[in-house]
Write a protein that binds this ligand. Structure first.
Ligand SMILES: NC(=O)c1ccc[n+]([C@@H]2O[C@H](COP(=O)([O-])OP(=O)(O)OC[C@H]3O[C@@H](n4cnc5c(N)ncnc54)[C@H](OP(=O)(O)O)[C@@H]3O)[C@@H](O)[C@H]2O)c1
Length: 303
């Protein structure tokens, strides 16, 4: 007789994606009730403490619970700080997925490894397909690319899904939307980079894609973002317009376009990191939604 429940371990349960995954747990997958075991760095109600920088702890958790799937949403995501903490970024983003994958290879489970558009340099100026070689610019992107490789070397192809997302934002956590809303409430004007192009991606849709991977048993490398394209400047302008319309901002702050050269950061970022999501949308049977529409829905829900 098969197991009654589908057991899923979620890492990074306090992160913006982790919280969206926790909010959207399906009742059942393939007729089996879903049992979600959530881990966070510091514990908290209903969660288990897991330090992703501790590879032995990652292995032990999988061995203890023997999950059907691990959704590895935990990550070192401080792109600029990673330039001065490469060892920690590598431990969390590369060694941990490798350790989770090694343990899952022994227990017979599957891994959904979240990854990023920052595994690409952006130099080609066209949307990236999932099968293209990675060429990261900074420590964060390199550590995430190393995590993909570590997972792939430990698990057979039918037990691993790598899901790369771009420009993730949502109603909670550290993200561009919440930062811009705060700055617009505090400042008369602000400058935003206009020569980096990508696609904003809402955590709710990304979480839905994660669960669809488990429901459909999808494996391989996949790309997920909302539809369309934007610069950070375009994204900021849309946030301003929609937040004013919803009464979330009382007045418009002036938004000035900057070049990357005007706004130097410790980490280099891709200038064009759109992800080609065509195959993934088909595989997951999820339709494209334009990023501006998902942004509007999120802001409407906040009022
Ligand atoms: N954010 C983006 O724009 C973006 C873009 C593309 C892809 N991604 C990928 O999407 C996934 C989810 O990212 P996100 O946006 O949800 O990031 P996030 O909000 O920064 O969440 C990451 C979580 O990982 C946890 N974490 C960090 N170091 C840890 C450690 N040593 N031990 C245990 N937990 C640790 C953090 O814990 P604390 O809460 O304690 O800090 C946080 O809860 C990641 O794989 C990321 O690389 C993100």
């Amino acid at each position: 007789m098969g197991a009654v429940t589908m057991k899923v371990i979620l890492t990074g349960g306090a992160g913006q994606l982790g919280q969206a995954v926790r909010r959207s747990v399906p009742n059942a997958i393939g007729g089996r009730a879903v049992e979600l075991i959530t881990t966070t760095r510091s514990g908290g109600e209903g969660t288990i403490v897991l330090d992703l920088a501790d590879a032995a702890a990652c292995r032990a958790l999988v061995e203890q619970h023997q999950p059907d799937w691990v959704i590895n949403a935990g990550a070192y995501t401080a792109v600029d700080k990673a330039e001065t903490e490469p060892n920690l970024a590598h431990a969390v983003n590369a060694t941990a997925p490798g350790a989770l994958a090694e343990a899952l290879a022994c227990t017979g489970g599957q891994l959904l490894q979240l990854s990023t558009d920052f595994v690409f340099s952006g130099a080609q100026g066209l949307p990236y397909r999932p099968d293209q070689p990675v060429d990261p610019l900074g420590v964060y992107g390199a550590s995430k690319a190393a995590g993909e490789a570590a997972a792939a070397s430990a698990l057979t192809a039918d037990c691993l899904c790598i899901l790369r997302a771009s420009w993730v934002y949502g109603p909670v956590g550290r993200n561009f939307l919440l930062t811009i809303l705060r700055l617009m409430a505090e400042q008369e004007q602000l400058g935003v980079v206009a020569d980096q192009v990508g696609c904003p991606t809402c955590t709710a849709g990304l979480a839905r894609a994660c669960w669809a991977v488990l429901e459909r048993g999808v494996c391989g490398i996949h790309h997920w973002s909302d539809a369309g394209a934007a610069s950070w400047y375009d994204f900021a302008i849309a946030i301003s317009e929609l937040a004013l319309a919803q009464g979330l901002l009382q007045r418009a702050a002036a938004v000035r376009p900057l070049t990357t050269a005007d706004y130097p950061t410790p980490a280099r970022r891709p200038s064009y990191s759109l992800l080609d999501c065509t195959g993934t949308r088909k595989a997951l049977d999820l339709p494209p939604t334009h990023w501006r529409q998902t942004l509007r829905q999120l802001l409407e829900a906040a009022t």
